[in-house]
Design a binder for this molecule. Structure first.
Ligand SMILES: Cc1cc2nc3c(=O)[nH]c(=O)nc-3n(C[C@H](O)[C@H](O)[C@H](O)COP(=O)(O)OP(=O)(O)OC[C@H]3O[C@@H](n4cnc5c(N)ncnc54)[C@H](O)[C@@H]3O)c2cc1C
Ligand code: SF4
Length: 331
C-alpha cells in the first residue's frame, strides 16, 4: 500500500471542497471517498488503487432511508444490511432486499454502503493483479482476460478492450426499480437515472460511470412501484453463499387482468454493466405471464450475447435464470 493523506469530512460541502482543492493544489491528485472501505481498502492494499487523498465520509448525514410520497430516498451511507431489512424495502421492493442479502457475507453487509456497492469495482482477477495486462487498471496495457481465464466474465456489452462484469447484485435490482442516483459536485446537484449512470467499456474501460472527479453520491431514489407490482431477484453462482453471480436476474412485473402491463428486466453476472433488457420487456408486455412469454423474453435478452472461450455456458444459464425469476415473480 502506498502512503496517502487522510481526512474526515464534516459536511457535504467540506467533502466536495476538499476533493476539489486537492485536485487543483496537487495538479490532478487522485482523491477517493471512503464509505465502508470493503472495496477501496482491498484495492489499495493490492496497489490497484493508490489515491493521494482519502476522504472519510462516514460523518455525513447520509445514513437514513426516507419513505416519501413519491417513493424511497436512500442515503448513500445506509448499510447494505440495514437496507435489506428495512420494512418498506421488504414490502414494496423485495427484489432489492433479496439482491442485497444474496451478496457477500453478513459481516461485509454490515459495513458495505449503498454508494460503495454502487461503485464497487470488477472482480476480474487480472484487474486485481498488477503484474498482468489490464486496460481498466492501466490504459493501453492490453487485456489478459480475453485470451486468459474468462469463465466468470461478461457476454453482453463487451469490447475488444475489456470483458469484465459489473459484480454488484444491488445494482441489478436498482435497474429493475428505475432508480436514480443523486450526485453533488462542484457544479451543484444533479440526478442521473440508473440506466444512464454506468457506461460501456468501449475503448476506455477505465471509465465505468458518469461521475466526474470529486463528485459525491448522496442518495439513491426509488419511485413508488406501480400498484400490485411483484418483484424478485434470483442469483446463480458456484456455491450457495459468499460468491459472485455467474448469472442473475432482477424482475419487477405488474399483471393486470391476466396480462403483463408494467415490466422491468435486468441481468447480472453477464454484462459489463448491470444489464437492463428493454428487448425482454418488449417481449413480455401485453402477454399472459406464461412459459411461452418467458422463453421469448429470455431469448430476446441474450440475443446479442458474445461468449469468450470459457463462458458460453453463461448464455443458457442466464436464459434459465430469467425464465425462473419471471415464473417466481408472477406465480
Ligand atoms: C469477499 C467479498 C465478497 C463480496 N461478495 C459480493 C457479492 O456477492 N455481491 C456483491 O454485490 N458484492 C459483493 N462484494 C462487494 C461488496 O458489496 C462491496 O465491497 C461493498 O458494497 C462496497 O461498499 P463500501 O461502502 O465498503 O465501499 P468502499 O470500499 O468504501 O467504496 C467503494 C468505492 O466507492 C467510492 N465511494 C463510496 N461512497 C461514495 C460516495 N458517496 N460518493 C462517491 N464515491 C463513493 C469509493 O471511493 C470507492 O471507490 C464482496 C466483497 C468482498 C470483499
Ligand atoms: S477484462 Fe477488463 S478488467 Fe479484466 S483484464 Fe481485461 S481490461 Fe482488465
Amino acid at each position: 500500500m502506498q502512503a496517502f493523506q487522510f481526512m474526515r469530512a464534516n459536511s457535504i460541502q467540506h467533502a466536495i471542497g476538499a476533493a476539489a482543492h486537492a485536485s487543483t493544489a496537487q495538479q490532478g491528485a487522485s482523491v477517493r471517498y471512503v464509505a465502508g472501505g470493503t472495496t477501496l481498502l482491498d484495492l489499495m492494499k493490492l496497489d490497484v488503487e493508490y489515491p493521494q487523498l482519502v476522504i472519510d465520509i462516514n460523518r455525513l448525514p447520509l445514513g437514513e432511508v426516507e419513505h416519501t410520497a413519491t417513493g424511497l430516498k436512500i442515503g448513500a451511507l445506509v448499510r447494505n444490511a440495514d437496507l435489506a431489512q428495512h420494512p418498506v424495502v421488504k414490502r414494496d421492493y423485495p427484489v432489492l432486499s433479496e439482491a442485497l442479502l444474496s451478496g457477500a457475507s453478513g459481516q461485509l453487509r454490515n459495513m458495505a454502503t449503498t454508494s460503495g456497492n454502487l461503485l464497487q469495482r470488477t472482480r476480474c482477477m487480472y484487474f486485481r493483479d498488477t503484474a498482468m495486462a489490464c486496460n481498466k487498471r492501466q490504459p493501453g496495457s492490453g487485456c489478459a482476460a480475453i485470451a486468459g481465464v474468462n469463465r466468470m466474465l461478461a457476454v453482453l456489452g463487451t469490447s475488444e478492450h475489456c470483458i469484465a462484469t459489473n459484480p454488484s447484485d444491488m445494482n441489478v435490482a436498482l435497474m429493475a426499480l428505475d432508480a436514480s442516483v443523486v450526485i453533488h459536485g462542484l457544479r451543484g446537484e444533479r440526478q442521473v437515472p440508473i440506466g444512464e449512470f454506468f457506461v460501456l467499456p468501449g475503448g476506455d474501460p477505465q471509465r465505468e460511470n458518469v461521475l466526474e472527479p470529486g463528485d459525491l453520491i448522496t442518495h439513491v431514489l426509488l419511485p413508488a412501484p406501480p400498484a400490485g407490482t411483484r418483484s424478485h431477484y434470483l442469483k446463480l453462482r458456484d456455491r450457495a453463499s459468499y460468491e459472485f453471480a455467474l448469472a442473475s436476474a432482477a424482475v419487477a412485473v405488474q399483471v393486470v387482468d391476466g396480462h403483463i402491463q408494467h415490466v422491468r428486466v435486468a441481468l447480472g453476472g453477464v454484462g459489463t454493466r448491470p444489464w437492463r433488457s428493454p428487448e425482454a420487456e418488449q417481449a413480455l408486455k401485453g402477454r399472459a405471464p406464461n412459459e411461452t412469454a418467458f422463453t421469448a423474453a429470455a431469448e430476446a435478452a441474450l440475443r446479442d450475447a458474445r461468449p469468450q472461450s470459457q463462458n458460453a455456458f453463461k448464455i443458457e444459464l442466464a436464459r434459465r435464470c430469467l425464465r425462473h425469476a419471471l415464473a417466481t415473480a408472477t406465480a
